[in-house]
Design a protein around this ligand. Structure first.
Ligand code: NAD
Length: 287
């Protein structure tokens, strides 16, 4: 009898990578995976990433001790609603891996109110512009921050239990409120994706005037825009899910650009030097 039954729901990049780390960290666990389409299920069984696959979510969910949802956030909320209607094991522990947290944590608190269900929102802050189980990687989360969100649906012991399941991610776990999570990731992840996509769009627009422009996109431009190759589905979802924080960052940043523009128009070279020197020092000190 395996020590725990784990359900990985959604066998994409993140679900597949989590399944790999859980299975390798706990060979005695039974790791099952739900995926709607067949090819990832077949791949996961062939590669021995999981022990069992199915397109019957409900059948796997009722057997599980721990369920981790790895879908776009709105879809994960739909699955939480389904879970609330199922005869789940007592004290089942549910988590997710979505890139925004306030929406899903708020929904979970509402959906599971008064039920013997524990929920901890999760966000492993590692990824790739690739998607799908084929790109999954056991080392994806190594040394990355893995945020777990505090809420009315979990106690400190629940965090220890989930961290135990996820121990082989070798991630650095931290606990935040969903609000803190969404505010900080807007700065370091969500807004930079908007900037990267805008830089690419801007270069493309300018290439209509000077067609050779894009050929000159060298190291700096490529470094700054690599993430523009990310999934449009995922990033549309994230912008829709965390609009206030991202709009706030856009406003802040617009002001910074306006300030630099003024310095240039006024030919204030000493202030411009300070601007770059300050950024260089701050970048060097970043943890
Ligand atoms: P992915 O595209 O690789 O996988 C998405 C999964 O959702 C697949 O299993 C797909 O079958 C399933 N899915 C999508 N629509 C569905 C539907 N209508 N019905 C049933 N299943 C459906 O995406 P991913 O990168 O693994 O992202 C999963 C979650 O992890 C997202 O919430 C994302 O925000 C989050 N996340 C992504 C990254 C990253 O860099 N890719 C990093 C951290 C967190």
């Amino acid at each position: 009898m395996p020590e725990k039954n784990i359900l990985i729901a959604g066998l994409g990049l993140i679900g597949g990578s989590l399944a790999r780390t859980i299975k390798s960290g706990h060979p005695d666990y039974h790791v099952a995976a739900y995926n709607r389409s067949q090819a990832p299920r077949y791949f996961a069984i062939q590669e021995r990433i999981v022990d069992e696959v199915s397109d019957d979510f409900d059948a796997l969910a009722v057997k599980a001790d721990v369920i981790i949802l790895n879908f776009p956030v709105q879809l994960s909320i739909q699955f939480l609603k389904t879970l609330a209607t199922l005869p789940l094991k007592d004290n089942v522990l549910i988590s997710d891996s979505g890139s925004t947290k306030l929406e899903i944590v708020t929904a979970a608190e509402e959906i599971f109110k008064g039920k013997a269900i524990r929920f901890i929102g999760g966000h492993p802050m590692a990824g790739s512009h690739k998607s799908g189980v084929i790109a999954s990687d056991e080392l994806l989360f190594e040394n990355a921050y893995y945020i777990l969100t505090t809420s009315a649906l979990s106690q400190p012991a629940d965090f220890e239990e989930l961290k135990g399941v996820l121990v082989n991610t070798r991630a650095k776990f931290i606990e935040l409120t969903a609000k803190e999570h969404d505010a900080m990731t807007a700065v370091t992840s969500h807004f930079p994706h908007v900037v990267a996509a805008s830089l690419v769009d801007n270069a493309h627009d300018f290439a209509a005037i000077m067609p050779f422009t894009e050929n000159l996109a060298a190291g700096g431009f490529r470094d700054m825009t690599r993430i523009a190759e990310s999934s449009p589905d995922m990033w549309t979802e994230i912008l829709m899910s965390n609009p206030d924080n991202i709009v706030y960052q856009i406003d802040q940043f617009s002001q910074k650009l306006a300030d630099v523009k003024q310095l240039m128009l006024q030919r204030q070279s000493a202030e411009i030097w300070d601007f770059f020197d300050n950024a260089r020092k701050l970048r060097a000190q970043m943890p």
